[in-house]
Design a protein around this ligand. Structure first.
Ligand SMILES: Cc1cc2nc3c(=O)[nH]c(=O)nc-3n(C[C@H](O)[C@H](O)[C@H](O)COP(=O)(O)OP(=O)(O)OC[C@H]3O[C@@H](n4cnc5c(N)ncnc54)[C@H](O)[C@@H]3O)c2cc1C
Length: 391
């Protein structure tokens, strides 16, 4: 009998298990946490964004970290993800920005249906099984019943990245793979917030959204929204520029993306009499208190000249102290390098051991690209492992 052990029950591991089981392999999933897919469930808290409904070329262009991630995701792109969710009885809908969600919004109904399907396929789950590395060729686990040694015919590592460690992905595995000659890159935050050392003036604006806004960092230019928090700035538009910021670009915010610089200058140039500059900004540009506070925070004293002030409103330089720590990031860059993997995501130095999901060195913005990439790499690894067992 052919046996495979999938370590890690996130979306990548579950997809690998599904493919292996469909190919007739006897599959066990080992998961360190008491229950599967905790990060996937957390992702569903604010609406599980499964994928992005947009032309495939534009979709694939969102991925970076090597051609492999694009090739793999091309085989299981937005259409396939939507079809997969529907096959599990979960209708999906496309929001205005192209983001695709299950109608239920949460992850739990989809996960329940998926786990039922895996159980029907004969997949066995061992939770509270924490993999501790290899001894010779034997996989060692800490389990509620003591140490277990396992030697499956094929192993699929789906251990996640290095953020939100409390949900399971703690990257403890990095040295174990490096010792075996597997090339990895250091984990770094991506889709992360920014740290800002605010002055006391900003306290009353914590929690305030800034929208619409246009953010520019190097070649990255996004329109969206973000939130002022006590730690700094967070939210989808900030996440979208976090890769560029990590790579050293400066950040500029356009507080009135719907108006040209000339229009802003003309409006600011209107006589204001005894009106304060703050009230003038509010009246002629409809800026809210939080937007004006941001302007003051980063550009005080504000210039009196309309053109100079307009230039700041259109491109406010944001002083920050870098990205928030990796553990707080939505996802990470870094991990197992594609250079050390074959086309089926098998580790070159370790025949029969495959890797998939966020533990691989690729990155993408939020918008459903992450879960799609995890499902696609899980599918590729699962299929390749089944073929390898059949060789
Ligand atoms: C707050 C938040 C919201 C998000 N929202 C979205 C979204 O809407 N759309 C989207 O596309 N992406 C989203 N993401 C990202 C997405 O959830 C992850 O990219 C995805 O879950 C990664 O899947 P994975 O299977 O590779 O790893 P994970 O989901 O991290 O799963 C890895 C599993 O491996 C287990 N494990 C680790 N080490 C061991 C070990 N030694 N022994 C046994 N088991 C182990 C872990 O416990 C975990 O269950 C979000 C992330 C966060 C934090």
């Amino acid at each position: 009998m052919k046996t495979a052990l999938v370590i890690g029950a996130g979306p990548a591991g579950l997809m690998a298990a599904q493919e292996l089981a469909r190919a007739g392999v006897t599959v066990t999933v080992a998961e360190a946490k008491p229950s599967p897919a905790r990060k996937f469930l957390m992702a569903g808290k604010s609406g599980l964004n499964l994928t992005k409904d947009e032309p495939l070329d534009r979709f694939l262009a969102a991925y970076s970290g090597g051609v492999q991630i694009r090739e793999i995701t091309r085989e299981f792109g937005p259409e396939a993800v939507m079809e997969w969710a529907r096959a599990l009885g979960q209708e999906v809908f496309t929001g205005s920005s192209g983001r695709v969600f299950p109608k239920a919004m949460k992850a739990s109904p989809l996960l329940r249906a998926w786990l039922r399907e895996l159980a029907d396929l004969g997949v066995t789950f061992n939770t509270r099984w924490r993999w501790q590395g290899w001894q010779e060729d034997v996989l060692k686990f800490d389990t509620p019943d003591g140490v277990k040694n396992i030697t499956p015919n094929a192993t699929i590592l789906a251990l996640g990245g290095a953020s939100w460690a409390r949900l399971g992905s703690d990257a403890a595995w990095v040295p174990w793979l490096e010792e075996r000659g597997v090339k990895t890159s250091p984990f770094q935050p991506t889709n992360a917030g920014l740290t800002v050392a605010w002055s006391d003036h900003m306290t009353k604006h914590f929690g305030a959204p800034i929208k619409p806004a246009r953010l520019t960092a190097g070649a990255t230019d996004v329109q969206g929204e973000f939130v002022i928090s006590h730690r700094g700035l967070e939210g989808s538009a900030i996440y979208a520029v976090s890769k560029a910021l990590r790579e050293g670009a400066d950040l500029f915010v356009d507080l009135v993306p719907g108006r040209t610089a000339d229009d802003v200058a003309t409006r600011l140039g209107k006589p204001r009499g005894k009106t304060s500059l703050t009230n003038h900004l509010r009246k002629v540009l409809k800026l809210g208190p939080a937007q004006i506070a941001l302007l003051q925070e980063f550009a005080r004293p504000l210039p009196q000249d309309a053109k100079d002030l307009a230039a700041l409103v259109k491109a406010l330089p944001i002083r920050h102290a870098g990205l928030r720590p990796t553990d707080e990031a939505i996802s990470v860059a870094g991990g197992v390098s594609f250079e050390g993997l074959d086309a089926g995501l098998m580790l070159n130095p370790m025949p029969g051991v495959f890797a998939c999901g966020e533990m691989l060195d690729w990155e993408a913005p939020t918008g459903g690209y992450l879960i799609t990439g995890c499902l696609a790499t899980g599918r590729r690894a699962g299929r390749a492992a089944a073929a390898w067992l059949d060789r």
